[in-house]
Design a protein around this ligand. Sequence first.
Ligand SMILES: NC(=O)c1ccc[n+]([C@@H]2O[C@H](COP(=O)([O-])OP(=O)(O)OC[C@H]3O[C@@H](n4cnc5c(N)ncnc54)[C@H](O)[C@@H]3O)[C@@H](O)[C@H]2O)c1
Length: 266
Amino acid sequence: MIDNTEFQNKVALVTGGAMGIGKAVAKLLAARGSKVLIVDRAVQEGSLAVEEIKHLGGNAEFFKADVSNINNCSDAVKKAVELFGKLDIVSNNAGIQRYGTVESTPENEWDEVMNINLKSVYYICKFAIPHLKKTKGSIVNMTSVQAFATQRGVAAYTTSKHALIGLTRSMAIDFARDGIRVNCVAPGTVETPMLKYAAALDPNPESVYENCKNMHPIGRIAQPEEIAEVVAFLASDRASFVTGSCYLVDGGLLLPIGGEPKTSQE
Ligand SMILES: NC(=O)c1ccc[n+]([C@@H]2O[C@H](COP(=O)([O-])OP(=O)(O)OC[C@H]3O[C@@H](n4cnc5c(N)ncnc54)[C@H](O)[C@@H]3O)[C@@H](O)[C@H]2O)c1
């Protein structure tokens, strides 16, 4: 059974916490007792997330930052420690999706994806690790099924998500003896503003949702809260021997290899 006070006296920094998966993570950690600093560039949504958490009796604050900016990341970590006195958990969720092949992706868009999805994690962790060493803290990075398999036309995104597994493993081994655990989570399709953005690029957005549902063996897409549960587990002492891992939370999306014999379709 999960103890609803398991993060009491913990301090968490959650990037991308204004919306989608990050917001669900921030809400869940706060609901289980953590003090949470939401770090995001979306001021209105970030402030709303904080209000929601406070309304439910949780403790959260918002800090406006562009995580692709090194100074913003340094300031965000400083703010968490200044507000709450220490840092135990870092949950890196901020990310963007852009579409294109290597041929069609402009250089500035390639850099934008790498800077937000990948370099931001290096920045945040660079400044967070000295504090996490003191608390024997935990880092959970948000990658994707696109770290293991890919689609047409997502060159920059899939590259950033593959690389995030490398960065996770690298930090896990570098800081294992300091008591810091570093893991990542790889979701399938999740119902968030990012999915809405992707669907809106299609002339028939509803068909995108329908296709996404059908391609998951479980027959639906995930809710952000289902991803947040796994992040909370990895951030908690319940995962005390888990480091350098990547947890798939994909409703079976990566299971099929195709070529099913006719009898199995009955
Ligand atoms: N939604 C999915 O289907 C899905 C699947 C697999 C992985 N992911 C990953 O999960 C993470 C969260 O995705 P989501 O679907 O919740 O996305 P989302 O767009 O709903 O939310 C992303 C959040 O990150 C913030 N953000 C983006 N760029 C930022 C920047 N430069 N600085 C600060 N904040 C910034 C946004 O303001 C937003 O609050 C991403 O890393 C994404 O790649 C999402």
